[in-house]
Design a protein around this ligand. Structure first.
Ligand code: SF4
Length: 220
């Protein structure tokens, strides 16, 4: 059984690759995520230190994602409407940044974001997911009017949905936040702790984050 465990471990590793990083280019998820995580993802050379059990949960999420996308393609959705890539440039005070992302599924006037969840996660949509959907709506140019956050339970594939209409005011704040993030990164300033954005329990950079915080205090 050791052989199976090893194979699973290797597969989980391949399914959660490190993202290539470039200053000035931010993924939609960077904007809704804890800014400290993004900072460490840019500058730290250490690998994520999530326990195997949590990495496997993420892998299940990937599998569910692929399963639903495959089911849609097999039932008439065009491949070009799956993982549709987005890219938009923004300039403020002569500083340019780019926000990129990809929409899980584009169906007519709707974009769909697939999120795997626990049984209790079906009951309420997470703020982070609504924010992500808003960014996707603001970045896309295919005329989508609304976003659906389609949550699927990892235990039994039951689902629930939440609809989100584009909020321009929120989008402007999100773009401002991306510029703020860019400033922390270009100035190599470790960002503040933002409770609303932090998910420390599921964070692969928790140990490192504590070390950086300590170093920051020592240099003050
Ligand atoms: S441990 Fe918490 S504060 Fe630190 S990077 Fe992770 S989510 Fe952010």
């Amino acid at each position: 059984m050791e052989r199976i465990e090893e194979a699973i471990e290797k597969k989980v590793e391949v399914m959660t690759p490190a993202r290539e990083r470039k200053l000035g280019v931010y993924h939609v998820s960077d904007i809704v995520k804890c800014p400290r995580y993004v900072y460490l993802d840019f500058f730290s050379t250490k690998k994520n230190d999530l326990p195997d059990s949590i990495r496997r949960i993420f892998a299940i999420g990937h599998l569910i994602h692929e399963f639903i996308q495959e089911a849609l393609i097999e039932n008439g959705v065009k491949k070009s409407d799956i993982e549709y890539k987005l890219l938009k440039d923004f300039v403020k005070d002569d500083i340019a940044i780019r926000i990129v992302g990809s929409i899980d599924v584009h169906l007519g006037d709707t974009i769909v974001e697939i999120k795997s969840s626990s049984r209790t996660g079906l009951e309420k949509v997470r703020d982070k997911h609504l924010e992500q959907a808003n960014l996707y709506l603001g970045l896309q140019d295919r005329g989508a009017k609304k976003a659906i956050i389609y949550r699927v339970c990892k235990d039994n594939l039951k689902s629930s949905t939440t609809e989100h209409l584009f909020d321009q005011e929120l989008f402007d704040k999100q773009v401002d936040w991306a510029f703020k993030l860019h400033q922390w990164l270009t100035n190599k300033k470790f960002p503040p702790y933002i409770p609303k954005k932090a998910s420390c329990f599921m964070c692969g950079k928790r140990r490192e984050c504590i070390e950086w915080q300590k170093q920051k205090k020592e240099h003050q």
